[in-house]
Design a protein around this ligand. Structure first.
Ligand SMILES: Cc1cc2nc3c(=O)[nH]c(=O)nc-3n(C[C@H](O)[C@H](O)[C@H](O)COP(=O)(O)OP(=O)(O)OC[C@H]3O[C@@H](n4cnc5c(N)ncnc54)[C@H](O)[C@@H]3O)c2cc1C
Length: 409
């Protein structure tokens, strides 16, 4: 019997296995795939995510082979709103998971197989499709969007917002922008009619990627048209793209619709849910990685208590679900998803004014950041693109921004 068995070695499961084994527990982790398959998910490590991975001591290994892009240009209605200094790493999701899996200690048993059942009595135990069983004191469910196993256990997911947003990802070839020497380009939707939150162009490994975040049903004819004629359909809503990208082409279009949903009836003896298996996030809000990191951090703290006391009953596990930091992060992710959707789609006067306010904020940021950029560009050249330097820069940028926000409030 191991202390903890983690089901699912995606981002949350792998992080949980690392954190729990570092806390001294005997851990086994199970996944359907030895190598995480190609999948369209988070493709960027940016903003607060840098701090998350840095605090976990995983940032350097995560971005070893990835060149950071420091500058992002923001556009709205064809005008450049702001030019911010923000370190950005583009990498496919499977590379993120592979890098994090690479940090799982050898003491953790990695088992390849599909978990078909989880039993809780007389003690927690998982059953694999090959008949193998693994007993543990605690089962961590990190199965992501695959709800088949949860449903088998009677756990459902309440849809707070069904088909909340659609994310379209694709490769771009541009005569004006290379895949490595381009600043990040961010285009905000031009008003509420197009339902676009934002479109981002960024280097990702050896290609230039485009991610379009919008609020349209996946069956909307516009989405169908996008799949058929992506370039023309994109230019209809963002004609200004030509200025930066020239006569670009689009290939490898992938489309994902996302619900914002939270687990129900999940409070069981010996089983806890983390990451997307507990609550899904809107990709446009960019809260998925932050949320799952909080889940893993809080789980590690509470699991130490449960395992020491030898109590993994549903009553004991409540301390994790009711943890104030977890509840706050779950609530904020939902609020942010709802806020961004309303900001992009709500035509009422209050929301129109809010949209203008956000644009004004971006503009001020532009002035502050450009001054800051001029000062720090020299330092960047001297020290090259090292994560620690980026973090230092990010800290300065945020301090200036915080100061400004306080002043305008
Ligand atoms: C299109 C898209 C774009 C996104 N963009 C962003 C973004 O920019 N920023 C951000 O923060 N978040 C983003 N997200 C959200 C983020 O990607 C997810 O929150 C995160 O990947 C969830 O990780 P996870 O470990 O919970 O699930 P996963 O990474 O899906 O891991 C689940 C694992 O469980 C395994 N598994 C499932 N069932 C079984 C079983 N029965 N037996 C064995 N193994 C099993 C799977 O094989 C998989 O390895 C995006 C999501 C999407 C869909």
């Amino acid at each position: 019997m191991v202390d903890v068995v983690v089901v699912g070695a995606g981002l949350s499961g792998s992080l949980a296995a690392i954190a729990l084994s570092q806390s001294g527990f005997q851990v086994a982790i199970i996944d359907r795939y030895r190598k995480y398959p190609t999948d369209f998910r988070a493709e960027q490590i940016v903003g607060s995510q840098l701090k998350i991975f840095s605090d976990l001591g995983l940032l350097d290994s995560l971005v070893t082979d990835v060149q950071a892009v420091l500058r992002a240009k923001n556009f709205s209605f064809g005008k450049q709103l702001s030019s911010v200094l923000t370190p950005h790493y583009g990498m496919p999701y499977q590379d993120i998971v592979t890098a994090i899996r690479g940090q799982i200690p050898d003491t953790v048993q990695f088992i390849v197989g599909r978990v078909t059942d989880v039993e809780t009595s007389p003690h927690p135990m998982v059953r694999l499709d090959d008949g193998q069983t693994i007993a543990a004191k605690l089962v961590v469910m990190a199965t992501g969007l695959n709800t088949a196993l949860s449903e088998r256990l009677g756990v459902s997911h309440q849809k707070i917002s069904a088909r909340h947003s659609t994310t379209i990802g694709f490769d771009i070839a541009s005569p004006k922008c290379g895949a490595t020497d381009t600043p990040i380009l961010v285009y905000y939707g031009n008003g509420f009619r197009d339902g676009i939150d934002y479109f981002i162009v960024f280097p990702c490994k050896s290609v230039l990627r485009g991610n379009l975040f919008l609020y349209r049903d996946p069956l909307d004819p516009w989405i169908r048209r996008f799949r058929q004629t992506p370039r023309e359909t994109l230019l209809e809503v963002l004609p200004e793209l030509r200025n930066e990208l020239g006569e670009f082409t689009i290939t490898q279009v992938q489309c994902r619709s996302s619900d914002v949903a939270v687990a129900e009836n999940h409070r069981r003896d010996g089983i806890v849910f983390v990451g997307d298996a507990y609550q899904t996030s809107c990709p446009a809000a960019g809260t998925g990685i932050g949320r799952l990191a909080v889940d893993v951090e809080r789980l590690t703290v509470h699991a130490a208590r449960w395992l020491k006391a030898g109590d993994t009953s549903a009553a004991a596990l409540r301390s994790y679900y009711d943890d104030p930091a977890k509840r706050r992060s779950d609530r904020k992710a939902i609020q942010k998803a709802q806020f961004r959707r309303a900001l992009s789609t709500n035509a009422s006067l209050p929301w129109t004014l809010r949209r203008q306010g956000v644009k004004a904020k971006h503009f001020v940021k532009y002035i502050l950041n450009d001054a800051l950029y001029a000062i720090l560009a020299k330092a960047a050249q001297r020290y090259q693109a090292r994560p620690t330097v980026h973090l230092a820069r990010l800290a300065v940028q945020h301090a200036v921004w915080l100061l400004w926000s306080r002043m305008v409030e």
